[in-house]
Design a protein. Structure first.
Length: 566
């Protein structure tokens, strides 16, 4: 009996091993007897789809047979940046989502009570990119990022037990959440894609599929936002066709996925995870299509016409906490057409970018919400979008001087809407339109002052800039910005695109603040390491003094940054 059992056991194990080999590995059929020259072709569905996949080893992994160390490459950078900000809210305490006051006041007395908000913290990131060229036209790339604030990844209320010294990657679960800790992990994937050049043997046509940077123009609408401690990247697919005189990009990106039925990490059947109405719809997502072109045939000029389609199919109530100017407001279809022209001739340079947005958006309140539903499929998009913006630079660089001095003037504008707060308080009046310009995914830090107190939304800002290089490794810059509201009924938005200050009911002031920046950058170690220091004074204007009960104090901000790259 024991011998028979052992025999059945040996046969069962051999059969199981064969099934594993067939189902999950590249076919290796040494144990089977087939007609000479034949091989098993009816492999199961999963291994059939994996090109030249190595076997899943039970014990001892081997280097893939397609790998050649000569095709492997990597890159990395590390950045450490301490920052200090005094009077973050111009004398008020910080409020919800970074706003310095609350909507609905007619007197300007809605500033957040408490001590003036001052802050000091140190940000750090490390990014490691790994690339492999499978062939001259096929590239694999993955970039991981460790982004952290010193002392901010464990329990902030108990730095000894449960803080960063003990939890190096994540908050410590429910205990951390109860103590006010962030439960987010600090290690993430910034990019992960395959790039195929000369797609279908068409010279100049390429495809990038996966998580990727989306950068166009001078980052006004789509940038990497490397100033932030994480930066932007997008999941999707981008096609590019490039010639000597013309370049075109066409991409589709999914910015939010709210219904994960087949997309669940463990298979089908998972519940829809977010949103107030996603249980009744399978289309509550956010999608973006970009068609961006560059004309290079005009000497001294780059001409870049583009079109962007943005659809956010979540219910209006899902993302509208800061009124109609809420960044990426739910339940909207937005079209954007624009053109950027950049000129560089001799000592002169100039940029003009003009953008128009149109479409429709739902406010989700009253009669505009059909049957009380908050689903994109049943709710009215009752508001018309009519927004526009422009960006202008004119600069002169004296290249003949060893210090390369450059002087430039600038004028930025982005539309607002006098009824942007109509869903937050009755005193603002009924909702009639949605004309606040949408800033999309920019690198605002490089455009409207280094203190990051202004978004390209409801604003008009003239500016003056002066730069020079006393040595080949040193760069100095002085920058002045005069911030104003484009529409006095709309709010003041910070660089992160959220509301900084809610305008009071009946506000008549438009001058927000003046910003004065001075910054020094020094390169060393053959340009592989930079040291940068910046100080900014944000001098409060009449708008802040009128809309904050504190009377609005001046804001001071500065940082020192060390950045290494290889």
């Amino acid at each position: 009996m024991k011998s028979m059992t052992n025999g059945w056991l040996r046969h069962s194990l051999a059969f199981a091993a064969a099934l594993v080999a067939v189902g999950f590995a590249a076919p290796v059929w040494a144990a089977f007897e087939l007609p000479e020259g034949e091989r098993i072709t009816n492999v199961p569905h999963i291994p059939r789809a994996i090109p030249q996949k190595e076997a899943y080893e039970n014990y001892d992994p081997k280097i893939g047979k397609n790998f050649d160390v000569k095709n492997f490459w990597m890159r990395a950078d590390l950045r450490v940046r301490p920052e200090y900000r005094k009077n973050t809210c111009f004398g008020s305490a910080n409020g919800a989502a970074g706003a310095c006051n609350a909507a609905g006041s007619a007197t300007g007395s809605s500033a957040i009570a408490g001590k003036p908000a001052n802050d000091f913290y140190v940000q750090q990131w490390v990014r490691l990119g790994i690339g492999y060229d499978l062939s001259p036209d096929v590239n694999f790339y993955m970039e991981i990022i460790d982004a952290a604030v010193w002392g901010g990844n464990g329990s902030q209320l108990n730095a000894g037990n449960g803080g960063d010294p003990l939890n190096h990657a994540c908050g410590n679960g429910s205990a951390a959440s109860a103590a006010g800790s962030s439960a987010n992990c600090r290690l993430g994937v910034r990019a992960a894609y395959v790039l195929v050049r000369n797609l279908g043997d068409v010279q100049g046509l390429s495809m990038k599929a996966g998580r990727q940077y989306v950068i166009f123009g001078n980052h006004s609408l789509f940038g990497h936002f490397d100033w932030a401690n994480t930066g932007y990247s997008h999941d999707g697919i981008m096609f590019q066709y490039a010639t000597k005189n013309f370049e075109s990009h066409l991409g589709w990106f999914r910015n939010s996925e709210t219904d994960l039925v087949q997309g669940s990490p463990v298979g089908s059947g998972a519940a829809n995870p977010v949103g107030t109405a996603q249980g009744s719809t399978a289309g509550g997502d956010a999608d973006m299509i970009i068609f961006y072109n560059q004309i290079k045939s005009v000497p001294g000029f780059l001409i870049e016409p583009y079109y962007v389609f943005y659809k956010n199919a979540m219910g209006s109530a899902d993302n509208r906490a800061q009124g109609l100017g809420t960044a990426k407001h739910s339940n909207q279809i937005r079209h954007m057409v624009g053109n950027r022209i950049e000129m560089r001739k001799g000592n002169w340079d100039a940029i003009n970018e003009t953008v128009y947005q149109f479409g429709s958006m739902g406010d989700g309140v009253g009669v505009n919400s059909t049957g009380g539903s908050t689903s994109f499929n049943t709710e009215n998009r009752n508001l018309h979008i009519n927004a526009w913006a422009m960006r202008n630079w004119l600069g002169y660089t004296h290249y003949q001087s060893s210090m390369k001095p450059r002087i430039a003037i600038n004028l930025d504008y982005a539309s607002g809407d006098s009824k942007a707060n109509c869903t937050l308080a009755t005193g603002y009046g009924p909702c009639e339109s949605a004309n606040t310009f949408e800033n999309f995914f920019p690198t605002n830090h490089i455009h409207m002052g280094y203190a990051d107190v202004q978004a390209w939304k409801n604003m008009m800002t003239p500016a003056f800039n002066f730069q020079f290089r006393p040595t080949k490794n040193d760069h100095f810059e002085f920058w002045f910005n005069n911030f104003n509201l484009a529409n006095k009924g709309d709010n003041y938005y910070r660089a992160g695109q959220g509301v900084y200050v809610f305008s009071k009911i009946g506000n008549q002031k438009t001058h927000v603040a003046d910003e004065y920046d001075v910054t020094w950058t020094h390169m060393f170690a053959d340009g592989k390491v930079s040291l940068q220091a910046t100080y900014a004074l944000v001098k409060a204007g009449g708008y802040l003094k009128e809309n904050l009960s504190s009377g609005a104090l001046n804001q001071h901000w500065g940082f020192v940054q060390l950045w290494m790259n290889f």
